[in-house]
Design a protein around this ligand. Structure first.
Ligand SMILES: C[S@@+](CC[C@H](N)C(=O)[O-])C[C@H]1O[C@@H](n2cnc3c(N)ncnc32)[C@H](O)[C@@H]1O
Length: 278
């Protein structure tokens, strides 16, 4: 029986597919080797926009414009930015019940957190909400900074806006919704200014060298699931250099990091700590 191609998308040839897999892995760390249909589906709109009939034409466009909005649109299409409020709530509980009390006891009055792969902003805003909850009346005495980065400019634009449909808040505790969100006339919810003020968004590719900055806590959740193991290990090494002694790394619940090649101390699933100085 003849094979009937029912796909609505232009099909990738093997060499076009290989090009995208190599390019995205080398430049962004993301492994697309099992995602042939995803590439076709995500790039269909780009082909249509330019009136191209093959991916080779699109590849030629990317090659001719190596650092341009063409590449930016491409990576905006390729990344998966799925996120929602209060995802993996245990991490926020850990911040509230363990990290902030320990820092308070150590007489700290500032905390620097990095949300790496922040997507559309739910995670860094949740971090700011958790810290506000933990500090309560003492919040104004603390310097709180949440650095939120992602490679996708489209996700970052949505994050900066801080406006979300009600469905996105389904897991948010009532008290947080009341304290930290404002209902807009269009039915959406806006993150309150007091929370937005603590968060700074910027584009950053985790494959690039890290700035010489140290963080008390790094969140990198549901990002490294898209990387191959050696890439994740390289990124984790860089995170380790960017964590203060006694600071933490939180990864996604479904992610693991190899205990062999990892300098952090395992605390519990998805939570790691850099040893305190003796
Ligand atoms: C599924 S979202 C996770 C969002 C959030 N951390 C969470 O757990 O809900 C993964 C994010 O990682 C980002 N990402 C993927 N590769 C990246 C890279 N090389 N550098 C920076 N961000 C990257 C994607 O753009 C995407 O927004």
């Amino acid at each position: 029986m003849d094979y009937i191609d029912t796909s609505p998308f232009v099909r990738l040839t093997d060499s076009e597919f290989d090009y995208f897999v190599q390019f995205v892995r080398n430049r962004y760390g993301i492994d697309l080797s099992q995602k042939r249909r995803l590439i076709e589906a995500r790039l269909a709109g780009e082909l249509k926009t330019y009136g191209f009939t093959s991916y080779d034409q699109y590849i030629a466009l990317l090659k001719a414009n190596p650092s341009s909005d063409k590449i930016e649109n491409f990576i905006n299409k390729i990344t998966t930015n799925y996120s929602y409020f209060n995802r993996e709530m245990e991490h926020y509980d850990y911040l509230i019940n363990t990290v902030i009390p320990a820092f308070t006891q150590a007489k700290k009055s500032s905390i620097k957190i990095w949300s790496a792969g922040c997507s559309t902003g739910e995670e860094p805003y949740n971090i700011a909400m958790a810290i506000d909850t933990a500090l309560g009346m003492k919040r104004s005495l603390w310097n709180v900074s949440v650095t939120a980065t992602d490679v996708s400019t489209r996700a970052l634009a949505a994050a900066k806006k801080g406006e979300y449909p009600e469905g996105e808040l389904k897991d948010m505790p009532e008290a947080w919704r009341n304290s930290y969100m404002t209902k807009l006339p269009n039915g959406n919810y806006q993150v309150k200014e007091s929370i937005q003020r603590a968060v700074t968004f910027s584009q950053f590719n985790l494959m690039d060298p890290f700035p010489q900055k140290q963080y008390d806590v790094i969140f990198c959740r549901n990002v490294m699931i898209y990387f191959k193991q050696p890439t994740s290990q390289e990124v984790i090494k860089k995170f380790f250099q960017s964590t203060i002694a006694g600071g933490y790394l939180f990864i996604g619940h479904s992610e693991t990091i190899s205990r062999l090649d990892n300098q952090y101390t395992y605390i519990r699933p998805s939570i790691y700590q850099k040893a305190k100085k003796p």
